[in-house]
Design a protein around this ligand. Sequence first.
Ligand SMILES: Nc1ncnc2c1ncn2[C@@H]1O[C@H](COP(=O)(O)OP(=O)(O)OP(=O)(O)O)[C@@H](O)[C@H]1O
Ligand code: SF4
Ligand SMILES: [Mg+2]
Length: 351
Amino acid sequence: MTTPEASTAQSGPVPPADRLLDVEGLEIQFVTDLGWTTVVEDVSFSLSAGETLGLVGESGSGKTVTSLSLMGLIPSPPGRVSKGSIRLEGRELVGMSQRKLNAIRGEEIAMIFQEPMTSLNPAFKVGDQIAETYRRHRRVSRKEAARQAVRVLDKVGIPNAERRARSYPHEFSGGMRQRAMIAMALVCDPKVVVADEPTTALDVTIQAQVLELMGWMRDELDMALIFVTHDLGVVADICDRVVVMYAGQIVEEASIRDLYYQPQHPYSSALLAAMPQQVSRTQSTELASIPGSPPAPGTFPVGCRFHPRCEYARDKCTQGEIGDLIRLRELSNGQTSRCVRVDEIELQGAR
Ligand SMILES: Nc1ncnc2c1ncn2[C@@H]1O[C@H](COP(=O)(O)OP(=O)(O)OP(=O)(O)O)[C@@H](O)[C@H]1O
Ligand code: SF4
Ligand SMILES: [Mg+2]
């Protein structure tokens, strides 16, 4: 694991002029047996050019749903963005027509999924699929689009890119397919790339190579990256700032360094304590061993949603501050925490 000292990022609000993406008060609902059920609530964060923001939390915390909403990809029905705003360079994406969203998707904001076959069609050659994505956004000849496809395949480290562009997805190994999907995301030079657990399905060696590639994207192509993961080791390697999600809410936002050495929410501290001591790029560091399990949507407790699992819980933690919710507090260094006892408790960081 790269030590968090290497990060120069500061907590605190990003100056508005540099902001690419502004998410404010996002709420997402799905129809379930209980009717419209809120799965993501009161989510706000921003992203500036060249920055990498980690989105971390246990399974079901709302990372994928939040990521999909940035691309206008919440399936409707059964889902909807029921409140809030997502602005890309000032343009509101919530409520935008599908035609306009199609023009933005891939061109300005692109997504890399955990499973490459979500993006790659098994029936078409890899190069043709990437070229097609390029032609959807640029008025160029087929020949030029094919050239661009080979260019990005080469860029992401596919050997013999010209020949491999003529292969079908099943002729690629898992790691190569993931690289091809990254190439597809990069072909139009988007400003923002959202990567949802892009390395989870890969074996550890390939995982390390793909992470290196993502780091290169961030550094050389100056792209803003949202990196969704379970893995705090990966977060330390690649991210500047991190948003920790629990039960559909952000519970803490901090620079990597602050999160690791002075977490300000008991959930973040518990995640750090659950992390193996020696973490490296070749080890998987699943968030596993916090006792208990997160509540399902529709059963979120009033007040702090973490209170049934929190060793610091007191009566005041079980009361809402805004309706049923605890508000997110901004601390003096710009770090934020959704803990009512943040000033009373001393939390342990990474050991
Ligand atoms: N189509 C859907 N219909 C109903 N509920 C959904 C749907 N998609 C997601 N959800 C619910 O939204 C919540 C958040 O799911 P999400 O997939 O965003 O979690 P996640 O943090 O990405 O988890 P994981 O780490 O397992 O990928 C979950 O409780 C999930 O059950
Ligand atoms: S608000 Fe209370 S229950 Fe929630 S994290 Fe803080 S101390 Fe724990
Ligand atoms: Mg997910």
